[in-house]
Design a protein around this ligand. Sequence first.
Ligand code: AMP
Length: 542
Amino acid sequence: MLGLMQSQQLLISSLIEFAERHHGEAEVVSRRVEGDIHRYTYKGVAQRSRQVANALDGMNLAFSDRVATLAWNGYRHLELYFGVSGTGRVLHTLNPRLHPDQIVWIANHAEDQVLCFDMSFLPIVKAVHSRCTTIKHFVALCDADKLPPDTGIPGLLSYEAWIGSHPSEYKWPEFDENSASSMCYTSGTTGNPKAALYSHRSTMIHALAGALPDALSMSARDCVLPVVPMFHVNAWGLPYSAAMTGAKLVFPGPAMDGKSIFELIESERVSFAAGVPTVWQMMLAHMQSGKLRFSTLKRTVIGGSACPPAMITAFNDDYGVEVLHAWGMTEMSPLGTVCTLKNKHLEMESAEKMKVRLKQGRGVFGVDMKIVGDEGEELPWDGKAYGDLLVKGPWVISAYFKGEGGSPLVDGWFPTGDVATIDPDGYMQITDRSKDVIKSGGEWISSIDVENVAMAHPAVAMAACIGMKHPKWDERPVIAVVKKPGSEVTREELIAFYEGKTAKWQIPDDVIFVEAIPLGGTGKMQKVKLREMLQDYKLPGV
Ligand code: AMP
């Protein structure tokens, strides 16, 4: 016997319809690329999202066609979040921090049809547009009178003129909730970047679970600042959860420095902010030097890489702000765990409580976790045994876009590439990464990419890149190099060799010349051994 409830499809368009109807006056505030502050309401977001929808229909795009963005966190990007997915097209958030060659590769792989970009990224678009073979329309996210002449980009439109010529009446289409809604490439895997392809259903369930009190705890009384970029796993789903709850949204635009973020928190009375540790490090440094205090901030979600204990203490003890340590990944939409305390922890001594807070947290309903040993055997949740962390759930990927890399699943579980313990209360703690990628300022750096550049130098016989701990950027790449016999190259020459071949922040901080790089039985570099060799090494200037 089937239930007798209405079977309405879970569609992203319903979020903005709800926000308009129930929280139409709630504000959305953005620091713009233009430098000023833009302010309107969910009502405005809804109207302009419908203009986007009409404008896209006017381009005769097919259902599921990809519409790419190269944009900061801001109101126009938010309108594209709803306008693109709401019409059944797929929002593809490109990461502007990637090297232009990678952007070209990804845009072509995704077969993007439209590219909407912030004016700060005009130089990138000028450099890549002729190589992006599938993009038919380029849209600059600016007013018509801000569109520069002679960009060389064919048919370049201004966003305001483009949507301005379309009405704000639109009936959102109904379709299967399993249809793709957005996509995000990750380079946290081996080989070429692969895309996680989210669906309306996965996004909606993720947004619901993300808003729960023991997850991100979002409500109509919150004022939310997503510092985590909208080009990084949909800003952890915050734009969706905010519309679902009617929370005020504040977007930082391109100004991610400590001073700008602090000023925005204060001027907009932000109660809840989310970002990677690097951003908070810059903000705390700014606050400490100016002896500044928060007047409204109550909690921050910190994730993307391990949150240093000193940061949790600083927020908690010095500023009275609760830190929610969270873990997830692109393949998980991204929420996996959030570290909120249980009743039994509340009476603990602060040192004991800190041990709990340092963990990556408890699984959010919807994400099932397990840790396994070398033979795939499940390990106990005793807080001591560590093994490969596997997950499953309705917002965890089943395959990468276009089936790249084959099936990633093992018996229906997704191997995260992280190594973790889980304690009897279900708190997961990452102990290590089984991958060798380097995480710098919240972004991945592929060690293979860094090695490949060095290996292209005529004097280099072998190169191995590893991440070294860095107080500001979390990790920075260094490259260990074996010179070819009889060849010479200096540290400075090799670093200069990277110029123009990779993004600036992916250039290694240092070169270490070694006699040999340890190799395993099958000829693979053994980076664990290399780390042991370099255990006394210190990054320059650290
Ligand atoms: P990404 O797909 O770029 O979001 O990266 C996901 C990876 O970042 C995870 O597999 C972890 O290795 C790492 N990560 C994310 N959050 C945390 C955290 N709170 N602590 C430690 N590592 C984390």
